[in-house]
Design a protein. Structure first.
Length: 157
């Protein structure tokens, strides 16, 4: 899905650690002018944000977009719910899947597409259990140790 022309603004680094990603969707986002300017400056955090379906519409909740200082009194609320733009078929599909036990919608990254529009990559995900997270950490440590040993071995040749 990633193209050479897209510019990544923010990523949710903990998402792949805390969740098992089942499917991804690209969604547009309804923003105010001061929000777009703040996003262009890179003042966005997807940490602890998620998407919620209400009345057949999808909203991004808890996404922090810092206020744009030159906007003064016309500024926006930093953590206001923002409407995500998806096709009706996609929303219906998501509604059915989210009702399944333990599935949630989380934003993976926010980026500008090649046309300069702000897009969100949403993931349909299932929360990992604590033991799964510990195993992922062990696996990462094992991989690092193997790479370090391989590097030492290659230097010795």
């Amino acid at each position: 899905m990633s193209t050479q022309a897209e510019k990544i603004i923010a990523t949710n680094k903990k998402a792949s650690f805390n969740y098992e990603i089942l499917d991804t969707f690209e969604a547009g986002i309804s923003l105010l002018g001061s929000e777009v300017k703040s996003i262009r400056e890179g003042k966005v955090s997807l940490k602890e944000s998620y998407a919620e379906i209400k009345d057949g519409e999808v909203f991004l909740i808890n996404c922090h977009i810092a206020p744009y200082n030159p906007a003064h009194y016309l500024n926006h609320e930093p953590k206001r719910p923002r409407k995500l733009l998806l096709h009706k078929q996609e929303i219906k599909k998501l509604m059915g899947r989210v009702k399944e036990k333990g599935l949630t919608l989380i934003p993976m990254k926010m980026y500008f597409n090649k046309r300069g529009l702000v897009k969100i990559e949403l993931a349909l995900a299932k929360g990992k259990k604590t033991y799964q997270k510990r195993e992922a950490l062990r696996e990462r440590d094992r991989r690092r140790e193997m790479e370090a040993e391989l590097k030492k071995f290659k230097r010795g040749l």
